[in-house]
Design a protein around this ligand. Structure first.
Ligand SMILES: NC(=O)c1ccc[n+]([C@@H]2O[C@H](COP(=O)([O-])OP(=O)(O)OC[C@H]3O[C@@H](n4cnc5c(N)ncnc54)[C@H](OP(=O)(O)O)[C@@H]3O)[C@@H](O)[C@H]2O)c1
Length: 236
């Protein structure tokens, strides 16, 4: 059976708030079965109740490769092979020069933003529907560095390189599967933006407005060529 035509399910990490929550709600409203994860149990309970039947909202830490592997297996059993995987979960610490950035914060940034993309790629790429798209959520600061956010910059530059490498693997070993790095584009008013731009974050659009454009872009408008592209969600 050709899974391209049958699969409409979408996987998103980091759905307890922000861009991931807005994407999950938008995809569900459009009729797509959604598999989502994060760590905040209460926020996930609320999302699960709001989305209703036919979705899989799970407490899973993306830095735990075994847990992500179990989540991926359950996702495919319950919702089928995903057409789209969005490795969205992310972390940022408040702006500070690197000598004031603690080793714990630096490690957390790399763990969530880089290892957390690796765990999703490892678990989901070989389980994707033919023609499926793996999206690693990047940032403008994954293409142009930002002083006082060196850990975040390093993590998102790593995401860009990692995605180009796994795109080569997909090209060779997973026919029809595409991996791309996507910058949400311009800034979206979330808890993360409030952490790094505390004085300006409210000037940016909210996640719901962003998801209206982004959901369609990620599922239908991401070009299949070149595999490994660095893309940006278009403005509303
Ligand atoms: N907002 C922007 O303007 C902007 C701009 C460029 C790029 N981005 C990128 O967009 C993505 C989403 O950002 P956002 O603004 O929506 O951030 P956010 O509001 O802080 O949300 C981050 C999400 O990631 C989840 N998460 C964090 N650590 C996790 C872990 N270990 N395991 C599972 N889930 C985890 C959080 O849930 P729990 O805490 O419940 O686990 C939360 O749902 C990130 O990759 C970010 O770098 C955002």
């Amino acid at each position: 059976m050709d899974s391209v035509s049958t699969s409409t399910s979408v996987v998103i990490s980091g759905v307890s708030r922000g861009l991931g929550a807005a994407l999950a709600r938008r995809f569900a409203a459009l009729g797509h079965p959604v598999a989502g994860c994060a760590r905040d149990r209460e926020a996930l309970d609320r999302l699960r109740a709001d989305l209703g039947e036919g979705h899989l909202i799970t407490v899973t830490d993306v830095t735990d490769a075994d847990a992500v592997e179990r989540w991926a297996g359950e996702t495919v059993r319950r919702l089928g092979a995903p057409a789209l995987v969005v490795a969205n979960a992310g972390y940022i610490s408040p702006q500070a020069p690197v000598w004031e950035t603690s080793p714990a914060d630096f490690r957390t940034t790399v763990d969530v933003n880089v290892v957390g993309v690796y765990t999703l790629a490892r678990a989901f790429l070989p389980r994707m529907a033919t023609g499926g798209t793996f999206v690693a959520v990047s940032s403008g600061w994954g293409r142009n560095p930002r002083g006082r956010l060196a850990a975040y910059t390093a993590s998102k530059f790593a995401v860009e390189g990692f995605t180009r490498a796994i795109a080569q693997e997909a090209e060779e070993l997973l026919p029809g599967v595409t991996a791309v790095a996507v910058d949400p584009g311009g800034g979206v008013d979330t808890a993360m933006l409030a952490t790094c731009l505390p004085d300006e974050h409210t000037e940016y659009p909210g996640p719901e407005a962003w998801a209206q454009v982004a959901a369609d872009y990620l599922l239908h408008q991401v070009p299949k060529e070149p595999n490994g592209a660095s893309l940006t969600v278009p403005g509303p």
